[in-house]
Design a protein around this ligand. Structure first.
Ligand SMILES: [Zn+2]
Length: 206
C-alpha cells in the first residue's frame, strides 16, 4: 500500500501502477498485490499511483507536461453564504503576450452577491512564478476527477474548473463538483484567496 495522499480524495489507500508488457517479475508483483497494471501501451501520460478509494490516477506533483502546457485556469464557485447565493469566479491566464516565462500572470476575479456584480478586478499579478507554479503543481488540479457528488447542505456549493493546456493529451479539461470537494481544493481556494488579497502584487488593468 502506498503512503502518499491521493490528490482527489485524501486517501492513503493507493497502489503503484506499472506499465508495459508484463514480464514474470511484474506478474508476480501484480499477483502479490504490490502493484497494479496500468496498461501495455505507454502512450502519452502515465501516473505512478492509483487510488483504490476514488479510482483517481495521480502522481506526487503535477506532471511537467501539464505545468509547461498550462495556459489558463478558470474556476467558478457558487455557494450560499449568509443565506445568500454568491459566485466567486477567477480566470488566471499564464500565456499573455505569448510569453510563458514572463514573471507574472493575468488574473480576472469577479464576485457576485445575489447576482449583482460586487467586485470586478482585473490585472497583472506580479509574483514569484516559481513559487506560484510550485504550489499549483503540489495541488495537482490535473488529477481531480471529472465529477464529484455529495449530499446538498446549507452551503449548497457547486464549482467548475476549466484547465487549458497545450502539448498535453487533454487540450481543455473540465471538472465539476456538486456539494463535494476534492481533497486539495482547500489549498486551491486558499491560494486564490491569497491572490485576491495581495494588492501589493497586483497591477490593475482597466
Ligand atoms: Zn482517491
Amino acid at each position: 500500500m502506498g503512503k502518499i495522499v491521493c490528490k482527489s480524495c485524501g486517501s492513503r489507500n493507493s497502489i503503484r501502477l506499472e506499465y508495459g508488457m508484463p514480464d514474470d517479475a511484474m506478474i508476480s508483483r501484480i499477483e502479490a498485490g504490490e502493484v497494479m497494471h496500468g496498461g501495455c501501451v505507454v502512450a502519452g501520460l502515465t501516473q505512478d499511483f492509483y487510488c483504490l478509494d476514488c479510482n483517481a490516477k495521480f502522481d506526487k506533483v503535477s506532471s511537467d507536461m501539464f505545468m509547461k502546457g498550462l495556459s489558463m485556469i478558470k474556476f467558478k464557485l457558487s455557494r450560499t453564504e449568509k443565506h445568500r447565493p454568491v459566485v466567486h469566479q477567477w480566470q488566471l491566464d499564464f500565456s499573455h503576450d505569448g510569453n510563458r516565462e514572463l514573471n507574472g500572470f493575468t488574473m480576472h476575479y469577479q464576485f457576485y452577491d445575489e447576482e449583482e456584480l460586487k467586485t470586478d478586478k482585473k490585472g497583472v499579478f506580479i509574483a514569484d512564478m516559481h513559487e506560484v507554479k510550485r504550489q499549483i503543481e503540489e495541488i495537482g488540479l490535473e488529477y481531480w476527477l471529472e465529477e464529484y457528488h455529495g449530499e446538498p447542505d446549507v452551503k449548497n456549493e457547486e464549482w467548475i474548473l476549466e484547465l487549458r493546456t497545450s502539448d498535453y493529451p487533454m487540450g481543455v479539461s473540465i471538472k465539476k463538483g456538486y456539494h463535494h470537494r476534492p481533497y486539495t481544493m482547500v489549498k486551491w481556494c486558499r491560494l486564490l484567496k491569497k491572490f485576491n488579497l495581495s494588492d501589493k502584487l497586483f497591477r490593475t488593468i482597466e
